[in-house]
Write a protein that binds this ligand. Structure first.
Ligand code: GLU
Length: 521
């Protein structure tokens, strides 16, 4: 362990010297997001990807996606593709990846098996690794014994002591084996860019024995492939969740055994549920895909992730990814795990949607709204004209200022009146008690037709006057107008509904209601 620590110290002195003299010797910043394709990506994974991306881009570096798919038992079909889809959706487009390719590929570990096999040969030859022929049965027994003695189960390193001849005999007899790494205690601390100096705190008794680097199926374990790839892909910094920090001593030992310079580590504090428990599906879905399906904008979701753990030189509310790049610094990431605050997501999403709508993405928002409405209401729509830009545009403007947080919200039952023609069942029901309902609607149509400025406040005062003239109670009068416009008994105030629907559509609905009442009477 002393060797890489020395090397690192020397490197830092050298780096500072060169910085002082304006010579650039720092390794180019290359970071990777290295998920295992074991299911859908969740918020914790997206946060790790985001911080890697921000760190790379704020240092003029590269952001890689590497899929760690060597555990065949946990691999989920299609997960690899979905991970890259999610990153692209979020705008965290990797510079190198399985899809993009790159000069350090392949970026799927399952396609790099030869490299791991060649690498382990080096450690076998240098005596850092050995073949272990212990059977599953023996290992299970060891574990059982340890549990009985209330000790941490660990491998007893039995095969470390096999002679070369014994090993050869077993290989000749084709006895199945794994390859293990000789694991020694790390006695010096290492520097984590977030947590500072860290000591391997596990005691000798608690530390597991020599760990497996190549399994009996010839595939590497996570630890081995991770180190070999980080080296060969020239990864300069490893930013990963805090839960991986227990693996760091193993990784550093392997770097030392290979004689390679390790990357700098920065472990990121945990994100917790609102109640302080481990992030899990228990408190609402945490899969990125489900946020996407709820109509959360990618930049809003990224922004939401910046509300935990910090890392930014100012408030991040409503900031774009580019702005976050400017504001990000690893030095500002705090060391405490922090809790998600789901109530922040809606307002953030509204902020980002407003920005897109008022910026240069208005047409895209209109198209997405059209699609969401069409998919949701299908042939229940009033008519195709509600899908036209001139109808959707003012409506969206109103909704995003006052009411909704996402495009999907517009399909909420509260806003059905916008899209669906009322069947007038409710109107017939309430007008049974009002003798003059035909003339109520006739006169309302007449008044509204004469209006030039069809906005909430003006409509409201016209309706008020009309109600007074008719000598009706407000609740009764407004009830009739509302029931002519929509099936809903509650929702936004009637004057607001009229403004949202617009003069043309409002009059169309009132005429329709009038005709229906005339036929019925
Ligand atoms: N494959 C690990 C994961 O699924 C990568 C951990 C690391 O970044 O080293 O998160």
């Amino acid at each position: 362990m002393a060797l890489p620590m020395m090397k690192r110290k020397t490197y830092i002195i050298f780096r500072n010297f060169c910085r002082n003299y304006g010579v650039s010797v720092d390794r180019m910043v290359r970071v990777r997001f290295a998920p295992s394709p074991t299911g859908m990506m969740h918020l914790g994974g997206l946060r790790t990807a985001l911080f890697n991306y921000l760190f790379a881009k704020s240092n003029n570096g590269k952001f890689l996606l590497r899929i760690e798919d060597t555990d065949m038992t946990r691999k989920v079909d299609g997960a690899t593709e979905k991970i890259e889809d999610v990153l692209n959706w979020a705008g965290l487009v990797p510079d190198e990846s399985p899809r993009q390719g790159g000069e350090f590929g392949p970026y799927l570990q399952s396609r790099r098996i030869q490299l791991y096999q060649d690498s382990v040969e080096k450690l076998l030859n240098s005596g850092h690794c050995y073949h272990c022929f212990c059977t599953e049965k023996r290992l299970a027994l060891l574990k059982k014994e340890a549990i009985r003695r209330q000790e941490t189960p660990k491998y007893d390193n039995k095969c470390r002591d096999l002679t070369q001849q014994q090993v050869q005999d077993k290989l000749d007899k084709k006895v199945p084996y794994v390859t293990r790494f000789k694991y020694e205690a790390i006695t010096e601390p290492w520097t984590d860019l977030v947590y500072g100096e860290i000591m391997d705190s596990s005691t000798e008794e608690a530390r597991e024995g020599d760990f497996v680097v190549i399994k009996s199926d010839g595939f590497p374990t996570y630890h081995f492939a991770n180190v070999v790839d980080d080296h060969h892909m020239q990864i300069s910094h490893v930013l990963r969740g805090m839960e991986w920090s227990v693996s760091t001593p193993k990784h550093l030992q392997m770097y030392s055994a290979f004689g390679w310079q390790p990357p700098q580590y920065a472990h990121l504090p945990l994100i917790l549920n609102r109640d302080g428990t481990k992030l899990s599906k228990r408190q609402g879905d945490i899969h990125v895909e489900s946020f996407k399906n709820q109509g959360i904008e990618p930049d809003a979701l990224l922004n939401y992730l910046t509300t935990v753990n910090r890392g930014f030189s100012g408030p991040t509310d409503g900031k774009t990814l580019q702005e976050l790049v400017q504001m990000f610094s690893l030095d500002l990431v705090n060391r405490h795990s922090s809790r998600l605050q789901p109530e922040k997501l809606g307002p953030l999403n509204r902020k980002h949607l407003q920005r897109h709508f008022n910026g240069n993405r208005r047409q895209e928002i209109l198209n997405r709204t059209r699609k969401a409405v069409k998919d949701h209401f299908g042939d229940r729509l009033v008519s195709v004209h509600v899908l036209e830009d001139h109808y959707i545009e003012p409506l969206f403007q109103w909704a995003i200022e006052h009411r909704i947080s996402s495009i999907q919200d517009l399909t909420d039952p509260l806003y059905e009146f916008i899209w669906i023609t009322p069947t007038l069942k409710h109107l017939h029901h309430i007008t049974r008690k009002t003798k003059n309902s035909v003339s109520v609607i006739e006169q309302t149509i007449h008044k509204l037709k004469g209006m030039t400025n069809f906005v909430d406040a003006e409509v409201k005062s016209i309706l008020k006057c009309q109600c007074k003239e008719l000598g009706m109670k407000t609740i009764q009068y407004m009830g009739i107008v509302r029931a002519s416009l929509s099936e809903q008994t509650d929702g936004p105030p009637v004057s607001e509904m009229l403004e949202i629907l617009g003069k043309q559509e409002s009059l169309r609905r009132l005429e329709h209601a009038l005709a229906a009442l005339r036929t019925a009477s």
